[in-house]
Design a protein. Structure first.
Length: 88
């Protein structure tokens, strides 16, 4: 996520809201990337019409974060962090 990109306007609020959850569960090996996947899956589940209950399972965790993969050289105008990822 690059918060300096206008297409990502407004994402700082959910990023900030998820940080305390990450802090609480990171010792289990849950990464920021995992938490974003889980939040996306829950959003998809909650958006189902007519109360459908289609499963969106999270089958594994341990996805790498930008800063964990040492991708700083791929970033533009700054280091990789929770709010500044590489441009692809």
């Amino acid at each position: 996520i690059d918060l300096t990109n206008g297409d990502n306007f407004g994402l700082e609020e959910p990023i900030d809201a998820l940080e305390p959850i990450l802090a609480k569960f990171s010792h289990f090996g849950i990464t920021r990337a995992d938490l974003w996947v889980l939040a996306s899956l829950e959003g998809a589940r909650g958006a189902q019409a007519n109360g459908d209950d289609l499963p969106f399972p999270m089958l594994w965790f341990g996805r790498p974060n930008c800063e964990d993969k040492n991708l700083d050289s791929d970033c533009v105008e700054g280091d990789c962090s929770a709010k500044r990822g590489p441009h692809r």
